[in-house]
Design a protein around this ligand. Structure first.
Ligand code: MLT
Ligand code: ZN
Length: 390
């Protein structure tokens, strides 16, 4: 199909589960584009003795998770859209999620990829030994390429040993971002095995159709999960400055109930309107400054902040911003983040939505190399035009 499209000069927009948040998998503004869905590439090979598995690019995260679990392993990636998001999309965007602090982003799970090039040729690095130092990592190059260099068809993924069942979760109300960081630091010191650390600002929690988790409202809520007992976690929180109040859980259904206060924020924002979605990360030392500055920088509308605390990855969602102000508002926030030494996209990719700002955090030399790679692999520019590089 790619060869036919290349011959005819037809643009191709590869699409996985269509859960992306920057428009990388949609043909907006690309006249005559073909959307190439990978959703039927759902094959799952048996888990190998070396703890890797080859999955079709269109297999959902949930399907690979279940497949890994059945073989006594775990997929090192997870996020709320697990039932729709595909592993191909995850690798294509170098997605992140809820377990990055433990196992790293999608890139860290990738052993090798099979990819269909614009020419119609298939490159395959999904078989063979785990160790391989024979030149350029072509699979790695595809990670984060967002469908601009080729179409991922199969992935060999590294699985991880399952998280121990004995875990505890706390949802901690805190008076501000400094206290949130204090809670994270204290839990890290006291419980060696941290499994997750997330944050939701009060305006995000208020959008949820769930009972208030604590009797009082707090400026922000930190969700921490540890491998250990609820008693250990409670003791760690007792030693932390800034804990306003907390609710803890050890049983899986109770833990899942607390996780809903984090996982349901994103769909709740979408249900409340069409947000400007910014996905930024900053060096840890600058997180408090950025968290506090963002509502003022936005200036208009409602600011909803949540994200992945351990990686200083903040999801800035802005609702009710008038259309004419959208670009200027995004520009103010992204420039501030870049000035704080951050990234304008931590885990969602650049897609179509963030291309005007890529130059803020990638140098002219880097952009020139990216462009040269793109021109080599996709000389006629049929692959996902307008995404990542314009
Ligand atoms: C999340 O962490 O909830 C996801 O990245 C989705 C979002 O940013 O809205
Ligand atoms: Zn996220």
């Amino acid at each position: 199909m790619l060869r036919a499209c290349a011959d005819e000069g037809v643009p191709v927009v590869p699409q996985g589960g269509n859960t992306g948040l920057v428009g990388g998998g949609v043909p907006a503004g690309v006249a005559g584009a073909v959307v190439l869905s990978t959703r039927r590439l759902t094959g799952l090979d048996p888990v190998l003795a070396d703890g890797t598995v080859v999955a079709g690019a269109g297999a959902t995260l949930a399907a690979v998770q279940e497949h890994a679990r059945a073989a006594g392993w775990q997929l090192g990636m997870d996020w709320a859209a697990r039932d729709s998001a595909t592993v191909g999309g995850a690798i294509a965007t170098n997605a992140g999620g809820l377990r990055v602090l433990r196992w790293g982003p999608a890139r860290a799970q990738l052993v090798g990829a099979e990819v269909a090039l614009a020419s119609g040729e298939l490159l395959s690095r999904v078989d063979g030994p785990l160790k391989d130092s024979t030149g350029y990592d072509l699979s790695g190059l595809l990670c984060g390429s967002e469908g601009t260099l080729g179409v991922l068809t199969r992935l060999r993924l590294k699985l991880v040993p399952p998280l121990p069942a004995g875990r505890a979760v706390a949802l901690v109300g805190v008076p501000g971002i400094a206290a949130a960081l204090g809670v994270l630091a204290a839990v890290r010191r006291a419980v060696p095995d941290l499994a997750a650390a997330e944050i939701v600002g009060d305006s995000g929690l208020a959008l949820l159709d769930l009972p208030a988790p604590l009797p009082d409202r707090w400026a922000a809520y930190v969700l921490v999960e540890v491998v250990g007992s609820v008693e250990e976690l409670a003791e760690a929180l007792t030693g932390a400055d800034g804990v306003g109040d907390a609710v803890l859980a050890a049983d899986p259904p109770d833990r899942a109930r607390l996780w809903r206060y984090r996982e349901e924020v994103s769909p709740a924002v979408t249900a409340a309107g069409v947000p400007i979605k910014l996905d930024v990360s900053v060096p840890a030392a600058r997180l408090a400054e950025v968290w506090d500055a963002v509502p003022g920088l936005a200036g208009v509308g409602r600011t909803i902040l949540y994200g992945h605390l351990a990686e200083s990855n903040l999801h800035v969602n802005l609702l009710d911003v008038p259309d004419v102000e959208e670009e200027a508002v995004a520009d103010r926030v992204l420039r501030f983040v870049a000035g704080a030494g951050g990234s304008i996209s931590a885990e969602h990719g650049i897609g179509r939505a963030k291309t005007p700002w890529l130059h803020l955090t990638r140098s002219p030399a880097e952009l020139a190399v990216m462009r040269a790679i793109k021109d080599t692999l996709d000389p006629t520019g049929i692959l996902n035009p307008g995404v990542l590089l314009t």
